[in-house]
Design a binder for this molecule. Structure first.
Ligand code: ATP
Ligand code: MG
Length: 296
């Protein structure tokens, strides 16, 4: 057996470690502690989506919804599905706020709650406004097992775990979501999980009708635990909220890819959760919205 000196062993280990670091999916710069958690999963989900989109052979294109964004459902020959959105405020904005919410979900150990999103070229024309070669925002499709929260049966909604409801409420509060009507929530057929879609009206966007999020207490998918004090949150959720509240704004901008004013929204709401608990922090936010649209 060849003998390898401890020095060579150490050097080899260091070289391997350097390679692993160099090729590991990169979370955004500056993420540490609880804020580094889950970020590789977001990058992985984006890479997977990129590869799948590259390989798609389009079979059918269907226009969906489209009040605030033009939304297309793309079905491929392999029964693969994608969502292509043309966000009202442009791809750059749509992608930025979507990725920020995806990263936040990942840190809260719920990476699947927000679909992955990327910008990619389309090889084929998709509609009159989207010629071949155009950049489009591609979003991972939730899959056939998810139905709109506006049509899901109450018995199914009743199954959504409390932890998911609380995590969704933290996301909607820290992002200052204003469009969380039940149609913008997808519920898995058996109620074991839910997904939050339609991410545009967040981080200070104040145009159009505003809704009280259906994942806030009292909402259709709302949490029912006390959340009267910060300590009522699970310790790992406390850790994330606390880290956001403590982080300097430039760090939040870098971790979430947000602009300064958007990062400040998160920071301020996180501080309030820490001070008064989730429930009261939500009440404060909802009051700040002023006139609200009737719940849907
Ligand atoms: N990631 C997704 N997976 C599966 N279905 C999706 C996804 N994103 C959007 N959809 C479907 O497309 C519909 C419209 O998407 P979205 O809510 O993002 O756009 P919108 O502009 O708000 O449209 P509308 O104003 O009609 O709600 C959703 O209600 C949902 O049925
Ligand atoms: Mg919608």
């Amino acid at each position: 057996m060849t003998r390898v000196s401890p020095l060579v062993q150490r050097r080899t280990a260091l070289a391997v470690a350097a390679l692993v670091v160099a090729f590991a999916p990169r979370p955004s710069i500056g993420a540490r502690g609880p804020l580094a958690r889950g970020l590789p999963e977001v990058n992985e989900a984006q890479q997977t989506l990129k590869q799948q989109w590259k390989a798609v052979q389009i079979k059918r294109i269907k226009a969906l919804g489209g009040k605030s964004a033009a939304v297309l459902e793309i079905k491929g020959e392999q029964d693969d599905r994608f969502i292509v959105r043309r966000p009202r405020r442009g791809i750059e904005h749509g992608l930025r706020v979507s990725i920020a919410q995806h990263r936040l979900a990942a840190q809260l150990d719920a990476v699947e709650m927000i679909p992955a999103a990327i910008v990619a070229k389309t090889a084929a024309q998709l509609d009159a406004n989207t010629p071949a070669g155009a950049d489009v925002m591609v979003v991972a499709h939730a899959g056939k097992q998810y139905v709109g929260g506006d049509t899901a049966a109450p018995a199914v909604i009743a199954h959504i775990p409390e932890r998911q409801r609380v995590v969704a409420a933290i996301i909607d509060l820290l992002a200052e979501q204003q469009d969380r009507k039940s149609a913008n929530i997808l519920v898995e057929r058996t109620g074991k999980s839910m997904m939050l879609i339609d991410p545009d009206k967040t981080f200070g966007q104040r145009h159009g009708a505003k809704y009280r999020s259906q994942v806030f207490h009292g909402g259709k998918m709302g949490f029912s635990s006390a959340q009267a004090r910060f300590e009522d949150l699970d310790p790992d959720l406390q850790g994330v909220v606390d880290a956001i509240a403590r982080a300097p704004l430039p760090e939040l901008e870098s971790i979430y890819g947000l602009q300064q004013a958007e990062a400040k929204v998160m920071s301020d709401r996180a501080k309030r959760i820490r001070q008064v608990g989730l429930r009261a922090a939500i009440d404060e936010y909802v009051t700040s919205l002023g006139a609200l649209h009737a719940p849907e």
